[in-house]
Design a protein. Structure first.
Lengths: 127, 386
């Protein structure tokens, strides 16, 4: 119970911080963060964010979790998983901005994963 | 006789003759553009591009033994067989929802893919990409593990590790219709990648969830899995790991092997006679690839974010860093030319490839590539585990 209360208050305080810092992410930083999510988060979560060693980061899945939990996960990591804390490279505002973009799906690339459906015959004759 | 002549003439017309052999060819994954660039290392030039390969984040490749075909393992479960001589897709299938890598069998006739979703390994005919065997990595009722560290081994074997289950499975494909699987359980928490020594004897999985590495002697399977380097990091605070290290190939020089430390700014040195720690080398960041020049005299290392603009070179006699290079942000991979006089590096954020002389460390050349990641030369075709 104590733990639950503590968690709740932690969420509340994070949420309040989130509200304050959100506006501080300027356009240049947004570009950097988009690139960061695609390529660096993407090395575990997939460049299309459909998952890899880490889980998929689609709006459908993420919207099942509280937003504050997502921000905390980015900043503090998840214990006993491969998710590291990113607070040495990201500010709280960065993490809030990333969370919002993940939740609204604006960082997902959908055209990439299709690939060409080619099926030519093998030019080489069997041994 | 006449019929034979006619047949060979016909074959010549349809088989796209190889102009100059394939021994100096290679490919570079362009991870954000669903394409690979075909390169050659005699004059260090780009020969063109093959497109339409799906999601290539974390893509890798293996080669047919003739070096004409590469099998590309994409993140989206795509397995694409490409002809790098004629620069075209031969066949492309989507074999799973999410895959991580693959291997080609000793005899070159089977291609295996390790999958995250659904967790397991699928094995295909390398000629046709027809499914030969489906091996779900079931470790508990209905529970499938993500599979990592898939390599080929002598005796027509594939070996791989189960991330979620902490197991190593040895699959004998001598009879493709009846895969024989030997499972080793309790090898350690969260194996993240694995490698096999060039002689095909030792399979070693790195552990993310605990200290040390799990080693299997394939010549003495009955001895089971042995833990090595298990003192490493004990009692010390774990550091965040910003990118999983890779264990690709085997950075070995004499009796010493070099592996990335997980989370630490260190390269670990292992004495391969006793399989004990022989030293730690402080490096610039968290190592990702630790690769030996083919002669074993130097080790080249790249790093995880935020230190991925740097390459460092370690001398294997003194165990000292002898050179630090800064090619630019996002140095994701390196590949040595077969005899080691030059090394290729992908510089992702600068959209270019850089080629260095491995003696002078001077940049020999550089040319554009779109968000390049893995570099794979055809010399891999003739090496176990690559």
């Amino acid at each position: 119970m104590k733990k639950a209360l503590f968690t709740a208050s932690l969420f509340t305080s994070l949420f309040m911080t989130a509200q304050i810092t959100h506006a501080e992410v300027d356009a240049a930083r947004q570009n950097e963060l988009s690139y960061f999510v695609k390529h660096d988060c993407g090395s575990c979560h997939g460049m299309t964010l459909k998952g890899g060693l880490g889980p998929a980061l689609t709006p459908e899945l993420l919207s099942l979790k509280p937003k504050e939990f997502l921000v905390t996960t980015i900043m503090e990591g998840r214990k006993n998983t491969a998710m590291p804390p990113w607070k040495s490279m990201l500010s709280q505002g960065d993490a809030v901005w990333i969370t919002e973009q993940l939740l609204n799906g604006s960082l997902q690339q959908t055209d990439l994963a299709k690939g060409q459906q080619a099926n030519d015959t093998n030019p080489r004759v069997k041994k | 006789m006449l019929r034979l002549l006619l047949l060979s003439a016909l074959l010549l017309c349809t088989s796209n003759s190889i102009a100059g052999g394939t021994g100096d060819l290679g490919i570079v994954i362009e991870r954000a553009d669903s394409s690979v660039q075909v390169i050659e290392t005699t004059n260090n030039t780009s020969l063109g591009r093959i497109e339409g390969l799906g999601d290539l984040s974390h893509a890798s490749a293996v080669y047919s033994r003739d070096g004409q075909y590469a099998y590309i393992f994409g993140r989206d479960g795509g397995l694409t067989k490409i002809d790098i001589v004629n620069k075209k897709i031969v066949k492309r299938i989507i074999q799973s929802g999410n895959s991580i890598g693959g291997a080609i069998s000793q005899d070159g006739r089977l291609v295996a893919v390790s999958n995250y979703k659904p967790g397991g390994v699928k094995i295909f005919d390398s000629e046709t990409l027809d499914l030969v065997a489906d091996i779900p990595a079931e470790y508990d009722k209905g529970m499938l593990s993500k599979v990592i560290g898939l390599v080929d081994a002598p005796g027509q074997k594939f070996i791989f590790s189960l991330w979620d289950a902490g197991e190593i499975w040895v699959t004998d494909m001598s009879n493709p219709a009846k895969p024989q699987i030997t499972k080793f359980k309790g090898i350690g928490l969260n194996p993240y990648d694995a490698l096999i020594t060039p002689d095909g004897r030792y399979y070693i999985a790195g552990l993310f969830g605990e200290d040390g590495m799990a080693m299997l002697d394939l010549w003495n399977l009955d001895a089971g899995v042995k833990r090595i380097l298990d003192n490493y990091g004990k009692g010390e605070q774990k550091l965040p790991v910003y990118k999983m290290p890779h264990l690709e190939g085997w950075a070995i020089a004499g009796n010493l092997a070099f592996v990335p430390a997980v989370g630490r700014h260190e390269v670990l040195v292992i004495d391969t006679l006793s399989w004990t720690e022989a030293g730690r080398i402080k490096v610039h960041g968290q190592p990702v690839f630790v690769m030996a020049r083919p002669d074993g005299r130097n080790i080249w290392v790249n790093f995880a974010v935020p230190n991925n603009d740097t390459l460092q070179v370690i001398d294997t006699q003194s165990l000292k860093i002898i050179k630090t290079l800064t090619p630019g942000k996002g140095v994701l991979h390196m590949e040595f030319e077969p005899r080691g006089e030059q090394v290729w590096a992908s510089v992702r954020d600068e959209d270019r490839l850089a080629v260095f002389d491995t003696d002078t460390f001077e940049q020999v050349t550089s040319f554009p590539a779109k968000k390049p990641s893995g570099i794979f030369l055809t010399s891999r075709a003739h090496r176990t585990g690559l």
